[in-house]
Write a protein that binds this ligand. Structure first.
Ligand code: GDP
Length: 294
């Protein structure tokens, strides 16, 4: 809860100070609109919230500050929709292809996820398919040890698609429940990176036609609108099925979660709220909004 303190300050507490001692008129609506826009909620979500607010004021459904506040809480929760957690389904192995640019917390998120799945009684293989950086393989090994997952790795510089393929084949042979594939976050060019991810995706399907069942994009909440742009780019290139939004602790830009939902419609499945192994939570819209408003 406390991990959202800065976002709460940036959105809800600013709205509260606008409402303080003012009657509900057009200038109040404008000021609220400005808060939403400048707190990364995004133009589409903001327009939806403000348009309905204006209508409700007009017909007398919203009369005072308290009405505005409770309207915002309800409307923002509605906007985020129902929880859509990452739950493995179907025949095993359940394959998660983890993608995202460097530094967003991809390796950490993979490690936290592996640790969670293992504590729930699943077996997990991590695939070190970011062969571009030797340090990435080492970092993933540390998380494999820490979580008790197996790791499939090749030499640094080898073909990432081959690593992914081997990991999925190994999982099939060993009856492993879950495979999480780490991928590069940066190559020489953006199109090279996307081509590599497409190839990994294709090669996985040669082993299991329905896999990867999840293409999970990891984005960093502290980057605000950049997180949204990254999600657009990755989604256009390879099709994202879910998002993990990291570093929500300590950022005022948590409003970006509304923009992601409204503008992309891709479910935010997980949120990162710290560096520790337990600091990855299922994203629950109701809890999220409650943490902002209560
Ligand atoms: P990668 O380059 O995307 O693999 O990023 P890393 O997993 O190496 O993470 C980069 C940094 O972000 C590390 O210092 C992590 O501990 C930190 N980090 C990752 N997730 C979170 C989070 O949810 N909250 C905080 N505060 N830090 C995080």
């Amino acid at each position: 809860k406390s991990s959202l303190t800065k976002t709460k300050k940036n959105i809800v507490e600013r709205v509260e100070s606008i409402l303080l001692g003012r009657s509900i008129d057009e200038s109040v609506i404008d000021d609220i609109e400005e808060v939403l826009i400048t707190s990364d909620v995004g133009t589409e979500a903001t327009n939806e919230i403000i348009t309905l607010l204006r209508e409700k004021i007009k017909v007398g459904e919203i009369k005072n500050s308290e009405d505005v506040r409770s309207y915002l809480k309800t409307e923002m929760a509605l906007l985020l929709g129902k929880p859509q957690p990452l739950i493995p389904f179907g025949e095993k192995p359940f394959v998660i292809l983890a993608v995202g640019v460097n530094g967003v917390g991809k390796t950490t998120t993979i490690g936290k996820l592996a640790s969670r799945f293992i504590s729930e009684g699943n077996s997990v293989i991590l695939a070190a398919a970011d062969t571009f950086r030797a340090a990435a393989i080492e970092q993933l090994e540390i998380w494999a040890k820490r979580s008790g997952a197996d790791i499939i790795k090749h030499q640094s510089g080898s073909d990432p698609a081959a690593v992914a393929f081997d990991a999925v084949e190994a999982a099939k042979a060993r009856g492993v429940d879950i495979v999480i594939i780490d991928t590069a976050g940066r190559l020489h060019t953006k199109s090279q990176l996307m081509d590599e991810l497409k190839k990994i995706n294709r090669v996985i399907k040669k082993s299991i036609p329905d896999a990867p069942q999840e293409i999970l994009l990891i984005v960093d909440a502290t980057t605000g609108q950049n997180a949204l742009r990254q999600a657009q780019i990755f989604n256009e290139a390879i099709g994202i099925t879910g998002i993990a939004l990291t570093k929500l602790d300590g950022t005022a830009k948590g409003g970006i979660i509304f923009a992601i939902k409204k503008e992309l419609g891709i479910p935010v499945r997980l949120i990162g709220v710290g560096e520790g192994v337990d600091d990855l939570k299922d994203f629950d819209p109701e809890d999220f909004v409650a943490a902002l408003f209560d």
